[in-house]
Design a protein around this ligand. Sequence first.
Ligand code: FES
Ligand SMILES: [Fe+2]
Length: 411
Amino acid sequence: MPALESISGGQIPGGDWIDRLVAAHRPGMGLARDFYAHPEIYERDLDRVFRRHWHCIAHESVIPNPNDFELFRLATEQVILTRDSSGEIHALLNICRHRGAEVCTAQKGNAKAFICPYHAWTYGNDGRLKAARLMPKEFKREDHGLRKLHVRVVEGLVFISFADDPLDFTEVERLLRATIGQYGWGQARVAHREAYVIEANWKLAVENYVECYHCGPAHPEYSQTHALEQPLERIADMNAAMEARTCALGIEIGQGDLWQTSRAGGEAIHAFRYALYDGVCTGSEDGTPLAPPMGRFETFDGGVTSIHLGGTTFLVCYPDHGMIYRFIPTGPDSSEMELIWLVDAKAEAGRDYDHARLTWLWTVTTEEDKKIIEHTARGVRSKYFVPGPIAPMEQNELRYINWYLDEIARP
Ligand code: FES
Ligand SMILES: [Fe+2]
């Protein structure tokens, strides 16, 4: 079979029908229908994106004490996130090394060990197999611990990778310290979490997240405070004034575009800043502060830092609270989106912030997003759907599509 040309110009030797579909992609257009529904493409997504890239799984404050744990479900996998008695964090696959039963059956708790409900093999919260009853003398417990994923904890965020040889995370760590580090996320705690079930392929949810072309028509609440609803060239002066205010506060917040495919061996990250409209302090209904300023902020600069990381992790930093958006594939045409609200660890609900005010903006915005993503999922299911051109304001979506195609085109 002749070699096929990938969207990035590389050769795909041989290639299957998915590679041919990737090669047939028309630059500047959206993805074809099969990318949003076909089970084989979904399996390829899991192999090439989900199991290759880093994902933020949680803020470490969800397991604050020694021996705390929480169970996370991601696609077909279950991960037990634990903090062992020495404080170290582990991500363990919830699959017994005997005959594969789920070892941890509680959603959350505090435990020094997990006892498999089937034949009672007992694992420490660092994954080591501590006991396996009635096994022969030659059985080696040390060879049968729970499988451990790679873990990095950066400024309070816990990242996991399923890959045997994970993508280099050094530059990502550096940029996270220069961004969320300045916003004090390492000293934050989770104020609220909300999971949304989306009846759409995970890529429709991510593509919707990365572009703000839809913000004007779909998000009237967001658009009355956030200048990102306009093209970047129109808000350049506003952004420059915001950067000057940040500088005047003596704060240096990093920005950087290290968006790259895994061909380069490193994880992709892009951090950028944009202004809120005049007089707006944060992502609240009336623009007034929601919570005590975090990290290096003592007051408000009228800016937001936005971070895109790998295929599924997105972060938004306001001076008084932070947002984590996790996109989780759950099937060819279903996904989940978890929103996590962060505040300073010392801030108390009722005293320092009002819970309903804090969560208002991204609750209404995500409910609106869920609807439009699901409208789109139903539309693209039609056999008459032909992808149209990506608009200039959707440049991040275009970049995401190209990145995605490159990822799945390569073994
Ligand atoms: S499957 Fe877990 S002990 Fe047998
Ligand atoms: Fe949206």
